[in-house]
Design a binder for this molecule. Sequence first.
Ligand code: NAD
Length: 255
Amino acid sequence: MNAPIAGDPDLERLRALIEGARRAVVFTGAGISTESGIPDFRSPGGIWSRRRPVDFRDFVASEPARREAWSQRAESHRTMAHAEPNHGHRAVASLVHRGIVTTVITQNIDGLHQRSGVPPERVVELHGNSTYAKCIECEAPYPLDPILDAFERDGALPVCDRCGGHVKTATVSFGQAMPEAAMRRAEAATVECDLFLAIGSSLVVHPAAGFPVRAKRLGATLVILNREPTELDALADLVLNREIGPALRAVTGSN
Ligand code: NAD
């Protein structure tokens, strides 16, 4: 059953656009996970108001940079490991199950779309995944917990058993190449979509923020749902400056 949204023209319009879509894409940023207790990067109190992200080139070249990167990961692990999907994630999952949304392109690294029930093959992780680590040379995967335990116990920095390379979370750092297969899948979904919903992203991180621009230029309807204005608002057909969970819950009628 749909939640009451009569008298709220923006939500009514969003619902109509969603109901009328045949191949929608959802594109998410850190904002969809703040209601799960994971801070975003750019809001006041977000991670970047306290610590700068470590550039990939610095990670490769400098032990203090690797130490800072693992210290940041140890800090975020405490919140991310206990986070659960929220109303926003579940509403998106319901749209995937109804066959309206074909693909969820996410900049997030928390795995909450998959945990909310979106089949993994329908999620494109543009910036990787922080639930495991891998060697930056040979890409051998490593579970995170033993690495974080050793780092927090005696400051040990992980190196690869196989090739001696540095081990980093399986996320895409600034300065690091984008994953080719994920970029290809995101591009294909963007080109085919008739509705592109950008949710909880400041839309300033490139190349990810190029996807909504491309969708709009190819004729899709562009909707931006974000608490604050974004750089792409002028391009959008509909902008909702709202809290994500309540808005999507009202529009989709999901729990
Ligand atoms: P961002 O921090 O630049 O932007 C998040 C936006 O979401 C902000 O504009 C904020 O106003 C909005 N927002 C926050 N909570 C909201 C809510 N409840 N309702 C509506 N709007 C809300 O994040 P970004 O655009 O994703 O780019 C930053 C990078 O940060 C990404 O590349 C991502 O990989 C990484 N990141 C990921 C996580 C995660 O996985 N959960 C967390 C922090 C950062």
